[in-house]
Design a protein around this ligand. Sequence first.
Ligand code: ADP
Ligand code: ZN
Ligand code: ZN
Length: 736
Amino acid sequence: MKQASTGSERRYKVALPLPLRQTYDYLCKSAEPLPQGVRVRVPFGQRQLVGYVVAEASDEPPTFELKSVASVLDEQRLWPDDIWQLVRWSSDYYHHSLGDVAANSLPVLLRKGDAPEYLTETFYALTDLGRAQSINDLKGAARQQQVLAALKYQPLRRSDLTDIGVTSAVLRTLQDKGWIEVREQAPTKNQGWQKQSSVLKEQGHALNTEQAVAVSTINQQQKHSTLLLEGVTGSGKTEVYLQAMEPVLERGEQVLVLVPEIGLTPQTLQRFKERFDAPVVMLHSGMSDRERLNTWLDAKHGHAAIIIGTRSAVFTPCQKLGLIVVDEEHDLSYKQQDGFRYHARDIAIKRASLLNIPLVLGSATASLETLNNAVSKRFHWLKLGQRAGGAQMVKHELIDLKQQPIKAGVSKALQEQIQVEIERGNQVLLFLNRRGFAPALMCHECGWLAQCHRCDAYYTVHKAHHQLQCHHCGSQQRIPKQCGSCGSTHLISHGVGTEQLEHSLKEMFPGRGVLRIDRDSTRRKGQLDDYLQKATNNEYPLLVGTQMLAKGHHFPHVTLVALLDVDGALYSADFRAAERLGQLYTQVAGRAGREHKAGKVVLQTHHPEHDLIQDLLNNGYSHFALTALAERQQSELPPFSYLALFRGEATDRDSVVQAMTQIQQLMPQVEGAFLLGPMPALMERKAGRYRYQLLLHCQSRKLRFQLIEHLLPQINALPLLKKVRWSLDIDPQDFS
Ligand code: ADP
Ligand code: ZN
Ligand code: ZN
């Protein structure tokens, strides 16, 4: 790196990845002034940090001795204009430190100060011995065969192999046989992505009318506009994205596709790769830092045509971006829940407007925010009402739990229906959003419940590990033999989790396989893909899953889907609970009858007469959501008002309550805004810390912005807030 030595000395404001929203002045000698956004390494206290030049500073005499930049890391800033503007906009909108936003938008290695250059990665390649194998001899081992076939043309990354469903076990077997080996090498660079007359490798489906209208509307957009593509699961939204991308790619432009964290399935990626004769890259949290950097460079230099990624990929620089797609736009994983709390969908909308390009938001269960924009015509509203390719609509049924014998959460009526389906050779998916054996351990004598000593929460029983685990702070202990209050040894588990459900199903349906897919059963790398594959291939008649199984996956043999227990959402304190329930129900229902078999979804509930449930089942998500939207308008909740949540936490309750009260007292009397609280979080104590909140409620975004800008400097000056950890969440999605 160049030492800052020659030229004239100037003074710069530098943004650092620190919590405070301020810049720090440093001196730097250089022939030319440093451009905005270039990275510099600077001394800060005992450490060195990578910061970003924001502007030249005034030459007002400093109040303390200025330090010099240790080294200048870039000649040009790393981001193109649109991303740099996006970073600055996000810092303002979320009232978050510019240096931290900038750092968050970069791959980890660049954040740390590495050069923006391709690095070597770990690749798998055939050995001579492997090359000599006849692939046909491996008929019995389809996975091994697949790996050998894939490696015939070029070495592949671990993640490329994961993408096509290859597990570590298969790779280990082949390595043990001496047929494949691991190599460290630089990736083979794609050619720059250019205009070409045809990009299709494979023809798409002939579109139905609704799809055709959607594709042509998207392609007619000459400048920025946002389009909501609302279509039930299986209605062919992905097909619409693919066909809308075609002319964009033919113009030599790139497409950015955002997908939820869990929806990034090998199948999705495969569909994009099979359709287009164009380089497709992927960015997600499962990749190594080197892979992420190389992929980031591919996008920036225009070597990649299609960039598919999760939340943070919204900041990927692109040379010629022509279209952005946000799939499952309602998904919660687009909102970062700590540090820089941004919403990738909202940032994507801003980015498309900066670049003056169209953006498609797709969902079967649009968020109320997006729906409101469609209703008020700020967004184009495209609808797909039919399932594509002849798949039938799903039937809905309620089971009233009040009149039923229940075993491990499964009612008699449901048990009978399951029996019928599995005897026909079909698959059944049981959805229960609670992992572990049971959500609590109780004393049969005195009613004592085993409680985490660090949280206001009960321990979950995990029988397989003989443990009690707290799902909120991670603490664990062996299952006690005696009651913590009366000493009785008669302890029983209370309630049902997926682990118990799996056991009970095996008893109810002897000889039938049960596959459980949740965070506990899929901890090992590659395990999830392996299980999903097994589920898809109908290797197990009974599938048990949590939230993980709710979205994106395509199981052709599932004909019956059951939600065992969602009643908690009907009476939740969170105003978004109804919306979430509607989305969850609809997404889970979408797993049924995806192909030519008719599908049915069954909801077990103690409240079959509840308005929400009746609306959802009789009228479908769209109607349900519009009703919910009208209610939000009545009660002036988002999207009809603009929220910001101050969260505070400390090990003693008094400090945090006092600190939050002091913030409350700073709030001026303003028409159209109020600050609620301090109130305890839904879980007041978590991991040994007391948590309190203040909710700012404003009539307009502008007012919210002004108020927070007014409050923040004063809050930062409160001495008590040095002791209390606090944060600000703009457009909060979660109040827990
Ligand atoms: P979504 O993304 O809305 O869930 P997909 O695009 O994945 O829906 O489509 C569901 C299934 O229907 C896929 O197997 C897809 O190949 C098929 N499909 C989509 N559009 C058509 C069409 N116009 N004709 C026939 N099959 C289609
Ligand atoms: Zn805990
Ligand atoms: Zn007891």
